[in-house]
Write a protein that binds this ligand. Structure first.
Ligand SMILES: [Zn+2]
Length: 348
């Protein structure tokens, strides 16, 4: 079968090539791929900045945002041939740490977790893949190709859970949310928050194009300047840019008792203002800054429910480009108007 593979940490090594059929040890459920979406992590892996091949191998099958159709449910009792499924990305570490031991692999403490298409397990960018039944999430067939948006939605569900957990330390009824960044995560975060009736604002760089339009279609407000100029102090900020200045501004602008949840992964940058000033703002307003990554099975379950309640037409506008697997180079290249790029392996 064909697969998109890479030699991790070596730039320019992505290939669409023949590899053996998936090993039965990767799971008893056999799935034919329909789609795999591309995210920033995939681009970093392709650029040689990230990723690990399985032990004893030099190449890794890429892809962690999946959608496929069950060909053979194997030993699984809850799946049937023809079901649409998406695969959970992370697996608990083998020790396991206390959090992995209780199924909270998203909160892994020792860093020895593995991740499909990223860290030591093959991903989903192959014509067929196998998965353990307990890590296959059934997707509503009426979602069609939009089921490939399930994985990014799990990241948001976990982030909101973190925000609400922190908020429980005092009386707190959050009403306003600012999302910084209007990529797939930011836009899906705004959409999910609207489901719960929050007043939602999204801030991003684009002044025109599909992003402001998509935000307004949610009944949310779009901003394109600085976080410091939005004109109100949000109860919650979900930070999706990973940009130093946006993070610092967010910590300054958050309302009293508010929570800033960081989901973006950036690097470097020059401190835009004194750390003690930022800390003093947090102290005097009882703010919490919480980081959030990945998702466990509970978040996948909840994300499936949330995604199913979002407007399908709106969701379909998030996928701005479909590419064939053989065009992996174009798929892994970020273009200005891209929101979500999907590599399509088969028809739904
Ligand atoms: Zn662990």
């Amino acid at each position: 079968m064909k697969a998109i593979t890479v030699e991790p940490k070596k730039p320019g090594t992505v290939r669409f090539e023949d590899i053996p059929e998936p090993d039965v040890r990767e799971g008893s459920v056999l799935v034919e791929a329909i789609a795999a979406a591309v995210c920033g992590t995939d681009v970093e892996i392709a650029e040689g900045k990230y990723g690990w091949a399985p032990p004893g191998k030099t190449r890794l099958v890429m892809g962690h945002e999946s959608l496929g159709r069950v060909i053979d449910p194997g030993a699984s009792s809850s799946l049937q041939k023809g079901d649409l499924v998406a695969g959970i990305v992370r697996r608990p570490d083998p020790v396991p740490c206390p959090n992995c031991a209780v199924g909270e692999w998203d909160m892994c403490r020792n860093g020895q977790y593995t991740e499909r298409g990223i860290k030591e397990i093959h991903g989903f960018m192959s014509e067929r893949w196998r998965i353990e039944p307990e890590y296959a999430i059934k997707v509503d067939p009426s979602m069609g190709i939009l089921g490939v948006l399930l994985e990014p939605t799990t990241v948001i569900v976990k982030a909101f859970e973190q925000v609400l957990a922190v908020g429980q330390r005092a009386f707190w009824e959050p009403k306003t949310l600012l999302v910084t960044g209007a990529g797939p995560i930011g836009l899906l975060a705004a959409a999910v928050a609207r489901l719960f009736g929050m007043e939602v604002h999204v801030l991003a760089r684009n002044k025109t194009g599909p992003k402001p339009e998509l935000v307004r279609a949610l009944g949310a407000t779009y901003h394109s300047g600085s976080v410091l100029d939005i004109g109100f102090e949000p109860d919650v900020i979900v930070e999706c840019t990973g940009v130093g200045a946006v993070i610092a501004d967010s910590i300054q602008q958050i309302g009293a008792g508010g929570v800033v949840c960081l989901t973006g992964v950036g690097s470097g940058g020059i401190a835009p203002r004194a750390t003690a000033d930022i800390a003093a703002a947090a102290v005097l307003k009882n703010n919490v800054v919480v980081g959030s990554v990945n998702a466990n099975r509970r978040h996948w379950y909840k994300a499936n429910e949330r995604l199913g309640r979002l407007d399908r037409k709106w969701l379909s506008r998030l996928i701005t480009r479909y590419e064939k697997p053989e065009n992996f180079k174009e798929a892994l290249e970020k273009k200005p108007d891209d929101i979500k790029v999907v590599i399509q392996f088969g028809e739904v």
